[in-house]
Structure formats: C-alpha cells, structure tokens
Ligand binder design. Structure first.
Ligand code: PLP
Length: 393
C-alpha cells in the first residue's frame, strides 16, 4: 500500500476532483501543468532561493531540553514559527505564486482561517506585485485581528464571509465562488492540503521541505534520519503533510495527527473530524467530513481558527482509515494549557493551532530514548489576546 497519492489523484479511496463544470478548465489547466512546472530547473531554483533568502529556511530543529526533562523523552521542535510571516503557510504560498506566474495569472484569491495563510498570500502578492483578495469568515476577522491588519498593510483586500458559521469553511466557499466568476486571469492559492486534485498533492509537495530538512538535521544531531514520532496538528492538514511527507512509507516512524476537540468530542462544539466524520465531499474532494445523517455539513467549532474546519485533507483521511497515523483529539482547555507550558518552559509562545500538538505530551507516554519531533507550525503573536483573555493575564 502507498500512503501518498496515486496517478488518478486519490489517496486510497479519498481525493479526486468533485467540482462544478464551470471550474473544470481552471483545475484541469493546473492538473496538466503543475508537475511539469515544479520539475523545471528554473522553477526549483527560484523556489529554493526564495525559501532560503526570503523565508529564512532551513528552519531550525531545536532540542527542547526543559520540555524533554519534564516528559522524560527527547523532544525536538521543528521551528516553522521562525519563518517569515510566522508559520509554515509561506512555504506553500511561495510555491503557488511562482506557479501562478508561470500560468500567466495576474489576480490572486485565497481563503484564510487563522489569517496565517492570508498573510502569507498577501506577502507573496506584494513581493510579486499581484492583486490579492482574501476571503475570511466574519468570526475569524474578529478573533485574528492582528493578521487582518497585516493583510491590509500589505495591500490586500480582505472580504468577509457572512454565511454559515462565518469561519474557514465559509471563506473557502466564497473563494470558490469568486474563482468560478473569474476563471481566466485568477489563480486560487488554497492554503492547505484540501480542495480538488491536484491541490492536496501540490500543497503537500511544497510543504514537504519540512520533513526533507528534518531528515538531515536529525542525522546531524542524532546520527539517524528517523525519529520515533512525528507529531503535528491538523486543520486541513498542510503542516502535518509537510512534516510527515518523507516518512509516509516508512512505518518505523510513528505519525500522530492532532485534531481540535473544541469543548469536547461529544459536546456538539468540536472540529474532531476523524472521531466524528464520515465519508463525504467538501470543497471538491472526497474525504472524511463532519455531517448530519442526511449529509449536511456540521458547523465546526474550535478556539483555534486554523483548526476550525469540518473536514481534513484526503491524505489524512487515508492515513486515518488505513491506520498509518494515530489521530488524537485535544480540547480547547488542554491546548491552551500546553501553550502556556511551552511558553514558560522554553520561552516560545506557540500559535494556538500548534498548542494542540503539544498537548499530546501530557496524554501519551513516550520512552526516554524516543526521539519525538513536534512540528511547531506557527508563532503565537496573532493569538496573544486570546491567551490573555483565557488566562486573565
Ligand atoms: C500556525 C498554524 N498551524 C496550523 C494550521 C492548520 O492548517 P494546516 O492543517 O493546513 O497546517 C494553521 C492554519 O491557519 C496555522 O495558522
């Protein structure tokens, strides 16, 4: 069995491109060209150069000594929080803006939840002088205000999504609607490993630089390319896809995907897709999806805007149903506590999304000799007000 995509655009039974006819030309243009373009030496050169000089890669692999002492195991942090713009999202937006340019596009649209993808898209659009419109749920505009200000400062128009739960799912719907209306000049920079094929694969490939670096960085530090565990939070699943990518077929390496349980899996206010989801179609792909008995998408909830999504990407649906990855659900309270702990043990304030991954350390027992890689997907600047309100700091 392979855990990566097959030549039909599926991960096991998940994936594909379930799209309205009006989107077909756009998606097909991308499908026919993305691998060819990514393989061009000039593309690779420009991508690698920007990751190095503009994003600041490679991001460090940091041995977290005090955290390791506390949990009596060896914990390394992959510091995606140190990337320019503060999260892993920029790895993908650099790749996609170069792709858009080569496809002759002049107008960029994107959706965003936590605002990190919106900021990363606004950033590369400023860099390349392209028009940029970002759709964002009204609730997320309020809870991630610093990122809204950053997007505006970068010259991007932020358009509120006012339907449904007014969060990431609804912003994605608005972006798809825009793309249908502007099929010729516009490229849609999707921010995670979701959407119709080839998006999940393309985004995973751009993010795979994370596990590529982990391999040689770990070799330098521990004499092996293989950790015992790689742990990452999953909203749509792009930071996890990047951290898992080069280990997908290597079953000696345990993969742990962390979802948002919100106020509790059975509370009716959660985004724990693997625990609660069934097969369905969302945003152009067949995947696991939280839905009612008659197939209506359930409104998700998480304190973390970036994990507040009723589905996961098809790679993760396959990793879950095949048993290749273990899925753990973490509540708002557990995540916030883990975020405070990382801040005070290591001097690193994580994004609330990333805090979910760290909460696993208190739930699961690791051996003293285990090497545990935590993908620290983003920094907590955007979440300071939420932490302050929660802890009454
Ligand atoms: C810092 C951070 N981590 C994780 C996520 C979740 O997205 P994904 O599952 O695609 O990595 C987000 C999304 O906005 C984010 O900003």
């Amino acid at each position: 069995m392979t855990y990566n995509i097959n030549d039909k655009g599926y991960y096991g039974e998940f994936g594909g491109a379930y799209i309205p006819e009006m989107l077909y030309p756009n998606v097909e243009e991308l499908r026919q060209n993305y691998l060819k373009i990514m393989a061009e030496p000039s593309f690779k050169k420009e991508f690698d150069q920007l990751l190095k000089d503009y994003v600041g890669r490679p991001s460090p692999l940091y041995f977290a000594k005090r955290l390791s002492d506390k949990y009596n195991t060896k914990i390394y942090l992959k510091r995606e929080d140190l990337n320019h713009t503060g999260a892993h999202k920029v790895n993908n937006t650099i790749g996609q803006i170069l792709m858009a340019k080569r496809l002759g596009k002049t107008r960029i649209i994107a959706e965003t939840g936590a605002g990190q993808h919106g900021v990363a898209t606004a950033t590369v659009c400023a860099l390349m002088g392209m028009q940029c419109i970002v759709y964002m749920g009204e609730i997320d505009i309020a809870r991630q205000a610093p990122n809204v200000a950053r997007m505006k400062m970068l010259g991007t128009e932020v358009r509120p999504a006012l339907s449904g739960s007014r969060t990431l799912k609804d912003a994605t719907n608005e972006a798809i609607r825009d793309w249908i209306n502007n099929p010729v000049d516009t490229h849609y920079i999707i921010g995670s490993v979701v959407g119709p094929h080839p998006y999940p694969d393309m985004v995973a490939r751009f993010q795979s630089v994370v596990s590529e670096e982990i391999q040689w960085q770990l070799k330098d530090k521990e004499g092996t390319t293989k950790p015992n565990y790689v742990i990452a939070c999953v909203g749509g699943g792009s930071n996890a896809a990047g951290a898992f990518y080069h280990y997908l077929e290597d079953t000696e390496v345990n993969l742990i995907a962390v979802e948002a349980a919100g106020k509790g899996i059975d509370s009716g206010e959660s985004a724990a897709t693997s625990a609660l989801g069934r097969e369905g179609i969302i945003h152009g792909s067949k995947t696991l999806l939280m839905q009612t008995n008659d197939g209506q998408i359930t409104e998700p909830y998480s304190i973390s805007a970036g994990l507040d999504y009723p589905g996961v990407g098809p790679m993760h649906a396959h990793l879950y149903t095949s048993g290749r990855a273990e899925f753990i659900s973490i509540t708002d309270d557990e995540a916030m506590t883990a975020g405070l702990e990382l801040s005070q043990l290591e001097g690193i304030i994580p994004a609330i999304e990333s805090s979910h991954a760290f909460a696993v350390l208190a739930q699961k027992k690791f051996q003293p000799k285990d090497i545990v890689i935590m993908n620290l997907s983003g920094r907590g600047d955007k979440d300071l007000q939420n932490y302050i309100d929660y802890f009454k700091l």
